[in-house]
Design a protein around this ligand. Structure first.
Ligand code: ADP
Length: 653
């Protein structure tokens, strides 16, 4: 188990930080790439999903129509009057009135003469048109095209060529698993043939490759290939002219005799000037053939009744006739382009050019849904990236900060130890010399004592700094503020240091105002700030050894910087401005802000000569700010540095 102690031992190093960031960034990039590429395919994906659902609906409607056609045939077969006997003709007439499906009844003699409609009698317009279009066919002089499913025609080729391993396995398994009764059925050749046809049709419909091959083969064999009335594939090329696809029904010219040879009744589709019409025929006793041209109005009405769910909020499901006109359409959809369904299926060989079709109620729905989904994805991915970038930057910045602080603390400890050791060593050395009485000269002895004293002062200043820092850090430092003259304080301090500094070769100048500079301040704290500035000026000077201290009262200056900023109102009372200037090594511009941070030291060969802690200026600035003032480092013309302390003026002392 990982304990809190273990966790404490775990440290985030830069290397670990980078590994951590990469471990987040790389998988996120991959995930985002995948998400965005799927967003690009979103429209096609949604389209495909909807296509599947609608195709199932359309197919169900097509098979309902297939079943209904068989029912129509059976109904007509049942209701057709027997032509035997004398009342045959009147029965034919009454057949028409009894059924809404019967248009023009007909009766053929065994020698294929038209017994009815009777050319000798009065003929209505319907009968005349019927005879015009059908006479030659019914009398056996003209073969007519009879439609067949191309897949049924090329059944053997499809089953031989396109059978994949799965299908084969299925075929092998089925008979073994089937119940004995079902095996008998399977054994029945007619049923098997029907199953094979269905299997071929399925493969033809599902496999593009098979479809292509079969169409090519049919064309090769001189079959006439028809085109469909609609073009569902044009949905993605919305603007282009729809290109109807090849129809899956091909025709074969047969005479009535050929057609009636194998069955006892049936329906034959025929194209006339009025469009598609259906002929029902039935073999009667004595070699006669009776039948009728269907009343297409009644027939269409029946078929339209099979569209159970014409309209839903997402789609319209309907049947299209041979001219591509809907048998039923919801109100308000008149202007729709019915030739471009979303999905469509041809229905049956008895109804060539008819289609069961589905349309999207709102064609813009899929693109807008896809746009919405990919919009959401893009937004999420963008948020993810911004968060990763921000988080990564934060981690690395924190890490960098931590590392810098750790480095500064180490050098602080080294600095403090050195600072403590140097004065201690000299104090000890002088103390030992004095104790052993090795120095007979009184003057020298006094000098030693003087040196010991100043070293002790240096020590206590250093310790004071460290203590101050920790107190300031914890917000525990309290000030005893009183009104005092900052100019007088400067003068006392500088004069106190003058002798020592001049002995070290420094030229010291002091420029003070006539009047007192009244400020509200803690005297000790203010002394600490000024002494720190003076000792820095001393420490960071090389050959050019001059220190200037200036103090004045200024009005109209902002808290930060030397010039009033436009639009900024300076504090009404003005400032006591104290500057400590030197001609030392100066502070490069890029470090002028940073030197006020705790532990920060300019890292170059000139500075490293001087041992320090990097604490003095940060404490000094904190004190200045605690007094409502500021401490800044300004560039100085001619080299060196200028530290400027501003404290708010407080009336008179
Ligand atoms: P310390 O002097 O102990 O390093 P300070 O906080 O007083 O700490 O100073 C921070 C840094 O600022 C110093 O290390 C030095 O690099 C720079 N600095 C301060 N005063 C001066 C100055 N008068 N001239 C040049 N550099 C200075």
């Amino acid at each position: 188990m990982i304990t809190a102690k273990d966790m404490g031992r775990f440290r985030l190093t830069p290397r670990l930080g980078i590994i951590f960031v990469l471990a987040v960034v790389i998988p996120s990039l991959v995930l985002a790439g995948l998400a965005l590429s799927s967003a690009a395919r979103e429209e096609a994906y949604l389209e495909k999903r909807l296509e599947g659902t609608l195709l199932a609906e359309v197919s169900a409607l097509a098979s309902r129509i297939g079943v209904a056609l068989e029912e129509v045939r059976a109904e007509l077969d049942k209701s057709a009057p027997s032509s035997a006997g004398t009342g045959a003709l009147s029965a034919l007439r009454s057949w028409r009135t009894r059924s809404d499906l019967v248009g023009v009844p007909f009766l053929l003699s065994p020698a294929q003469e038209i017994l009815w409609p009777d050319r000798g009698g009065e003929l209505g317009a319907q009968e005349r048109s019927f005879l015009k279009w059908n006479e030659e066919f019914l009398t056996g002089r003209l073969p007519v095209p009879v439609y067949q499913n191309i897949a049924a025609v090329y059944k053997d080729e499809i089953l031989a060529g396109g059978a994949g391993p799965e299908k084969k396995a299925e075929q092998e398994v089925q008979p073994e698993q089937a119940a004995p009764a079902a095996q008998e059925v399977l054994a029945d050749s007619a049923v098997r043939a029907k199953q094979e046809v269905q299997e071929a049709i399925n493969r033809f419909e599902q496999q593009e490759e098979v479809r292509k091959k079969v169409f090519a083969r049919a064309e090769e064999q001189g079959q006439e290939l028809a085109r469909r009335t609609v073009s569902p594939s044009a949905k993605s090329q919305a603007l282009s002219e729809p290109r109807p696809e090849a129809s899956m029904f091909i025709s074969k010219s047969l005479t009535l005799e050929d057609i009636t040879r194998e069955a006892s009744s049936g329906l034959i589709p025929r194209f006339t000037a009025d469009g598609l019409s259906l002929l029902f025929w039935k073999k009667e006793g004595g070699g006669r053939v009776a039948g009728c041209a269907l009343d297409m109005g009644g027939f269409q009405k029946r078929m339209a009744g099979l569209i159970l769910d014409l309209y839903s909020p997402s789609r319209i499901l309907t049947l299209l006739d041979e001219r591509g006109r809907p048998l039923a359409s919801p109100p308000g959809q008149e202007s729709r382009d019915w030739r471009r369904p979303f999905v469509a299926r041809e229905i049956h060989e008895t109804l060539p050019r008819w289609e069961a079709a589905a349309y999207l109620t709102d064609p813009g729905l899929i693109p807008s849904q896809a746009r919405f989904r990919s919009g959401v994805l893009w937004a999420l991915v963008s948020i993810l990236f911004v968060s990763i970038a921000a988080g990564g930057t934060l981690v690395l910045a924190t890490l960098h900060g931590e590392m810098t602080l750790a480095r500064q603390k180490t050098s602080f400890v080294a600095g403090v130890s050195h600072e403590l050791k140097t004065p201690l060593t000299s104090i000890r050395m002088f103390a030992e010399m004095l104790k052993e009485g090795r120095q007979p000269d009184r003057k020298k002895r006094a000098q030693y004592l003087e040196l010991m004293l100043s070293e002790t002062e240096r020590l206590s200043r250093l310790i004071g700094n460290v203590l101050d820092f920790s107190r300031l850090e914890q917000g525990q430092r309290s000030y005893r503020k009183r009104r005092l003259d900052a100019a007088a304080l400067c003068s006392t301090l500088v004069e106190g240091q003058r002798l020592r500094l001049e002995q070290k070769g420094f030229a010291l100048s002091l420029r003070l105002p006539q009047a007192a500079l009244a400020v509200e301040a803690d005297e000790e704290a203010l002394k600490q700030v000024l002494l720190n500035l003076l000792s820095n000026a001393e420490n960071y000077s090389l050959a050019a050894r001059s220190i200037e201290v200036e103090a004045e009262a200024v009005r109209g200056l902002p808290l930060q910087g030397g010039l009033p900023l436009q639009g900024e109102t300076p504090p009404s009372g003005g400032f006591a401005l104290i500057r400590v200037l030197d001609r030392g090594i100066g502070v490069p511009a890029e470090h002028r802000q940073k030197i006020f941070k705790e532990f920060y030291r300019v890292d170059d060969s000139l500075t490293s000569r001087v041992k320090g802690t990097g604490l003095g200026l940060s404490i000094a600035r904190r004190i200045a700010e605690d007094h409502g003032g500021s401490l800044e480092c300004l560039p100085r013309e001619g080299g060196g540095s200028c530290f400027q302390l501003k404290l708010p003026l407080a009336g008179t002392v």
